[in-house]
Write a protein that binds this ligand. Sequence first.
Ligand code: PEP
Ligand code: MG
Length: 574
Amino acid sequence: MTTREGIAASDGIAIGPAFVYRPQIPETETRTVEDPETEQKHFTEAAEKVAAHLDDLRDHVSSTINAEQAEIFEMQREFLDDPSFVGDIRELITSESIDAVTATKRVTEDLVAEFQTIEDEYFLQRADDIRDVSTRLVRTLLGIEDAALSELPEESIIVAKDLSPSDTAMMDVDKTLALCTETGSSTSHTAIISRSLGVPSVVGVGELENLESEQQVIVDGTEGRLIIDPDDETLEAYRRKREEWEAERNRIMAQAAEPVTTKDGAHVEVVANAGSPAEARRAKELGAEGIGLLRTEFLFLDRDTLPDEDEQYEMYREVIEPFDEGPVVIRTLDVGGDKNVPSISMPQEQNPFLGRRGIRLSLSQPEMFRTQLRAILRAAVGHNVKIMFPLVATLGDFKGGREQVELAKQELTERGIEFNDGCELGIMVEVPSAAVNAAQLARHVDFFSIGTNDLTQYTLAVDRTNELVADLADPFDPGVLNLIARTIDAAHEQGKWAGMCGEMAGDPRALPLLLGLGLDEFSMAGGRVPKAKAGLRGLSSAELVEPARTALGLATAQEVRDYLARFTEAGEEA
Ligand code: PEP
Ligand code: MG
């Protein structure tokens, strides 16, 4: 029996045979080519094949997982147009008259080494991406079939050096008991994907050269441990542990579909964020009562033309239909900032996060905006659909949006097309001015949904995409918390409801605080719904009012976290 400690990346216990996955790139000799032109052609064909395959993977993942995971393949695809990658490979083939495989390997090594000298999570991820693309290229150049995780012989625990997005994209999820990788961190791809699939995983256990497929292993994703060839006593202990874990998970899942009533009888709504119809369906299965944030960007990204009204209508219907009564909050297009849409002309901006983003972009392109609004209003017939504007900074932004909704309704009426005239209109509170001015805004809107991701970014002046300052982006900072409290209070004073759709709403450590502040609706990634519901049921909102106000008076994010730990079971981590 051997025990390896690693990083606990996704909760749970699995016991079963290992499936050791080592897609090898064979050792190859450098070949001198007589005719570099022919070799260039060979490379072009391989690059085209890989590009087409990455497009397929992107589409597959976009419809089965979500747009965000699918974007990984878009980034990988971009390397195939990148002069510092493909350009260098081509140059090497011609200048040194060497084969494409060797050229690809050399350029990859150089680039990866370059990325690795920058000790930054973002560049480490890019190094992984380039390796992934390169492996694909080399295998295609050599005519090697893809090693497949799509056809596991039996229920297994997948063990690999590391798993790339393209490895996991086609993974046979039904037969995957757990994942274990030799390398990786808690934010590596394997960790993220295992959490979103709800599969136990441990990463970073170190080299496992001697492990073979079919050897029995235990993955303890809660403690971060891999046990190889467990003895009888250990096996028995882990069987019991697995049973306990499964019973706990079943208990949480059994109640996942039930509405949440807190210990003192208050009702709070737990809904999900979704970025595609597939994600919305999965969220429903996991117990989400509705959708608290539909990120409609998925319809506009990765294409050269704008989606027309009918296409948008169909997509919104697909998202709305699974929810008979539950609300579906559709956010109008939120691009600009770090998200670009090829079909919308956007000027180059020096500070795009402070530029023409969200509602500002929509108001600058009213035709496009009203096409989206008409599609939403039509899709909303017979359902509880609400419309939400992103990045509202002033009352003028909201009024501008509302005016376009009225115009869209007029257009539909003139055309004799049926629509839902009763959709609530609300705003994301994610710009500090909206939170500070919430008392005024609350008189006009039907609801607020607090976007802590951007609210934190703008309040603390921390670019949310910049890894160098990532640890400063803390929504528990009292500056951010006081804006949250102010927003909820302002809504209630006007008899409106306040929800939250930023990441904080699904963070188990934040639940007591948000409940104590009176938040009415919690919207989070679908995978977090069952646990959040269970957590909220164990809390009493009345008892948390005082502590929540105390938290607002603390000096730092750390003080807030330390203080809140006593209200969650063992102060568990997110
Ligand atoms: C937010 O800013 O908190 C939010 C939910 O919106 P997004 O993450 O899509 O910007
Ligand atoms: Mg936002």
